[in-house]
Design a protein around this ligand. Sequence first.
Ligand code: SMG
Ligand code: MG
Length: 377
Amino acid sequence: MPISRAASAVTLDGFELRVLQLPLVSPFTTSFGTETVREVIVVRALTPAGDGWGEIVTQQAPLYSSEYTQGAWDVAERCLAPALLDAGPLAPEAVAGVLAPFVGHRMAKAGLELAVLDAALRAEGRSFGEYAGATVDRVPSGVSVGIQSDPAALVDTVGGYLAEGYVRIKIKIKPGRDIADTEAVRAAFGDIPLQVDANSAFTLADADLLAELDRFDLLLIEQPLQEDDLVDHAALARRVRTPICLDESITSRKAAADALALGAASIINVKAGRVGGYLEAIAIHDLCRDADIPVWCGGMLETGIGRAANAALAALPGFTLPGDVSASARFYARDIVTEPAVLEGGHVRVPTGPGLGVEIDHAALEEFTVQRVEIRR
Ligand code: SMG
Ligand code: MG
């Protein structure tokens, strides 16, 4: 690991966990359901030098992946936080090793690691972007558009986002809401950068249908098959011209290497929560950059905390495709940071302040908190 990615150790006095429920500005529908409220866990690392903040990007129910809020809460409170508090002064790079004996629970681990990372970098006065190796000061912003009532409504919604300046559109698809939706967006807006995300809703038996998407010149098809269908994804990739991009399947650097070796993906969606943390996400970026595999930064409807971290991650040089790093207002009327991410000329700025470079709006944090616990050494 390059020396620039080493931060100094912090002394952990404790962690505070909060479940937040943030209302969404509009319902978000994917192949697995509709959300109107984003439930998320905010993590505060308590150190003598100050607090660090992270977020656990689970949802209320295990629909995107096997993790869910109360499961993450339980494992964080019962196992993960106590192990970190027992470890003594801790560098952020040591967090994953301390948590490695606990199988799975990557989103929970990622949220704790991010809080430690933020605390350590704030103490050093260094930004996460600088630490991670960001090479640009703003990143192109794509938007993920949920399934709408019908293709005409989808065209309306996409038109609104294009008018705001988003530089790439991703539409969610599912069986029965696939070809016609994609065709409607292509017909309405011509040659815009466009991709689709199925969130695992198809099977290899749908290969002919998925191959019909080839005529729309999409940037990629994201996660058409199940999380553990690597071999089927490889078979599908041989039957469609559109690049296959994996999201749910890529749970680690090793999973990314395996998927690439199998030919299951030619593009990778990097999401820190899904892979157990931003450091593992950076390792996947490094692997793909060395292998000339394009990556882009995925999103989990993050609050201002994770959104700031995502903007910095997306500023690494291997992120050659626009990510799901949109303005906070795309999801939230009120965020929990004092300066939520905004869209400026189709881009989102990479924060430059210490740590994640955002300050918590404590009144908003309180307003959305529905559950709270403190774990002390
Ligand atoms: O944060 O802009 C965002 C959301 C992007 O579509 C998005 N995420 O599968 O890529 C994905 C979904 C998962 C979100 S479900 C909580
Ligand atoms: Mg996805």
